[in-house]
Write a protein that binds this ligand. Structure first.
Ligand code: TXA
Ligand code: MG
Length: 358
């Protein structure tokens, strides 16, 4: 159920207070939110999403009002119900990047519900930079636990309409329409719960080198996060469309297309190409005029991130036999997009729900 803007926040506030679900807009993707201190409300998230119960959620908190005199103390007060310990480096990160697309994993305080943390001793927290959700959080005063508002294993929603498409005609879900998401992919996640440098659990639009440049803090890689069962977004088969998705390198696009079209001569394929390489593919386009739709992609990681899920959702509706996407450059600036594309291609296809059962 989508509501027009005026009484929207009132309705959302009422829903959160009475243990109902509200889809919240954020600058990354839409979240499926509920009162983080209400056990029954949290169960509704898992149920609607179809997410395994041991996969932890992010708690979203308000930011101090602008112009606060002692911003550091205000953040400490906001975090105190959730965290046991806030390392100095985490406070620096908070002051630089919150509200914003950065999630921090802390040692949890005893009162945080096990259903929010998946039974772990840590809790993930972020303060989202979206005015509607900030207003809701501010008026609510508590934390809103929210995973991305998609069914388990599918592409995250970047508009209110996408949320509606994930959970159609659901009278128990209020969707707070805050327009299209600014960043388009999920937040960067850093683990600050242990000793030493923060560990990168999920790449996002705030990269380790951005963090180093603005705070001097080194972020270390956490190794092979895909095999850590408790971090659901790090399972390989996440963010997947129904249509098979193929990553290609420029040198083998022609042969890949030859074999795909050889197998299905009447099928249509969507082929994304880097804008500046568009002309290199004209001969291919002519050769397979009836089979191919070419779509130019700007070679800009922030722009691709912003458009990625929108594009995949739209192409998923397009009756294509497959979607071909160029492998992004292997540089840090592309880490977040590459990560999502690899997962999307791994889990894609009509039987992809089988892959996500892990
Ligand atoms: O941008 C975002 O982060 C969006 C918006 C809605 O805030 N949320 C989001 O939530 O992407 P979700 O649930 O789809 O992904 C959160 C990730 C999951 O991979 C989860 O396992 C991980 O955060 N996570 C949550 N709590 C954790 C914890 N205590 N330790 C390690 N990972 C945790
Ligand atoms: Mg998710």
């Amino acid at each position: 159920m989508t509501k027009p803007n005026s009484s929207l926040i009132d309705c959302a506030l009422d829903a959160i207070r009475t243990g109902k679900l509200v889809a919240i807009p954020t600058e990354t993707v839409y979240g499926l939110g509920a009162d983080a201190s209400n056990r029954d409300a949290i169960q509704k998230i898992y149920q609607l999403k179809g997410r395994p119960a041991d996969h932890p959620l992010i708690v979203h908190v308000q930011a101090p009002p602008s112009g606060s005199k002692d911003i550091e103390q205000e953040w400490l007060t906001i975090l105190s119900p959730w965290t046991r310990h806030i390392p100095e480096s985490a406070l620096i990160l908070i002051k630089h990047f919150w509200p914003g697309p950065l999630t921090l994993v802390f040692e949890k305080s005893r009162s945080v519900l096990d259903s929010v943390t998946g039974g772990q001793t840590t809790v993930a927290i972020r303060s989202p930079a979206h005015p509607l959700t900030q207003e809701l959080l501010h008026r609510f005063g508590g934390g809103i636990a929210a995973p991305s508002a998609n069914r388990y294993g599918r592409i995250s929603p970047t508009s209110a309409a996408d949320v509606e498409a994930e959970f159609p005609n659901n009278p128990d879900l209020l969707i707070l329409d805050g327009g299209p998401c600014e960043h388009g992919i999920e937040s960067t996640i850093l683990d600050v719960s242990g000793e030493g440098s923060p560990k990168l659990l999920r790449p996002g639009s705030i990269s380790p080198s951005m963090i180093k440049a603005s705070t001097g803090i080194d972020v270390v890689s956490s190794g092979n996060t895909v095999n850590q069962p408790r971090v659901s977004g790090t399972h390989l088969a996440h963010y997947a469309p129904h249509t098979p998705l193929y990553l290609y390198s420029a040198s083998d696009l022609a042969s890949q297309l030859d074999s795909l079209i050889h197998e299905a001569p009447d099928a249509k394929f969507a082929v994304l190409v880097w804008e500046q390489e568009h002309s290199a593919y004209e001969a291919l386009l002519k050769a397979y005029l009836n089979n191919l739709t070419f779509i130019a992609l700007a070679m800009d990681p922030a722009l691709v991130a912003k458009q990625l899920y929108r594009l995949l959702r739209d192409l998923d509706q397009g009756q294509y036999q497959g979607i071909l996407i160029p492998s992004p450059p292997k540089t840090e600036a592309w880490d977040a997009v590459r990560d999502r594309l690899q997962r999307a291609s791994f889990g894609s296809g009509p039987s992809s729900n089988n892959h996500v059962s892990n």
